[in-house]
Ligand binder design. Structure first.
Ligand code: ADP
Ligand code: MG
Length: 261
């Protein structure tokens, strides 16, 4: 067999295995191997590494798209000095993602603007970077989606969809009271993930006022809280809105500048 036909067969093996990146890199890697007198195993390792990197990159891009995280901010962007009620060590521990391994939930509770969404999304980015399937939704979107699913006879499929990600982020629970149907949907999502998959949930309501989200149904609220809290990390974030803070700081600086001039 000639070198040329051997090369063609190698190309077609790579094409058959859908190893496009390796196929593309093949001529260059062959030249390099010859020039650098690489061993067979060193050559093969380099060629496969090209394919592994490409597949890994694709997988990560697809996980990122799927996760639908609403902002690019990571935990590294969080300014802990601006938010002393957030324990930096606790966040660093969460960032190891051990909580996802044992299906622990993370509850971020606090008034608007204190960084609840930013932290939840930051955990989401960390999980995606670790190759985990993550999905972000707001409570309102989850409710709307489940409502459509009920109308269109896709309830079971939709419930499976919300059961599937390793980490489900449910943002903004409690901003709007949930109609009974939506409360039932959220309850089912929480129940079926119980002890199986983590939920990171943000809310402006203290746990004591959770009955309000599930208007008039303290039973559902209680049962859901039991499941959410059984294995959980609760972060009570206090303090000023970060937006208001920087707004105030700017206003203050302007005021001082004007007063000084
Ligand atoms: P919440 O979800 O609690 O209402 P967000 O996470 O949406 O608050 O934060 C409001 C805005 O302030 C966002 O733009 C966020 O990136 C920013 N922010 C809040 N806290 C911090 C912080 N400690 N460091 C940096 N940016 C912050
Ligand atoms: Mg928010």
């Amino acid at each position: 067999m000639t070198d040329a036909s051997e090369y063609q067969r190698l190309r077609s093996h790579l094409a058959f295995l859908a190893m496009t990146a390796a196929a593309e890199a093949l001529p260059g890697e062959l030249d390099h191997a010859a020039a650098a007198k690489l061993t067979h195993s060193a050559f093969l390792e380099r060629l496969l590494a090209v394919e592994v990197d490409a597949v890994d990159e694709r997988r990560r891009a697809s996980l990122t798209r799927f996760a639908s995280l609403p902002s690019p901010f990571t935990l590294a962007d969080f300014d802990f000095s601006a938010q002393p009620s957030v324990d930096e060590k606790l966040i660093a521990d969460l960032a190891t993602l051990r909580f996802v391994e044992d299906a622990t939930n993370v509850l971020l509770i606090g008034p608007p603007g204190v960084g609840k969404t930013m932290l939840a999304v930051g955990l989401g980015h960390a999980a995606v970077a670790a190759g985990m399937r993550v999905y972000y939704t707001t409570a309102a979107d989850l409710a709307a989606r489940c409502h459509r699913a009920a109308l269109e006879g896709r309830w079971a499929t939709t419930m499976r969809f919300f059961a599937n990600p390793r980490l489900l982020i449910v943002d903004e629970v409690g901003y709007l009271p949930l109609p009974a149907e939506a409360a039932a949907a959220l309850f089912q999502v929480v129940s079926q993930r119980y002890l199986k998959g983590s939920i990171a949930l943000t809310t402006n309501l203290g746990i004591a006022s959770w009955g309000k989200v599930f208007n008039d149904d303290p039973m559902v609220a209680g049962a859901m809280l039991d499941r959410l809290l059984h294995r959980s990390v609760v972060l009570n974030i206090e303090g000023d809105s970060y937006r208001m803070r920087s707004h105030r700081a700017r206003a203050e600086a302007t005021r001082r500048a004007v007063a000084g001039s």
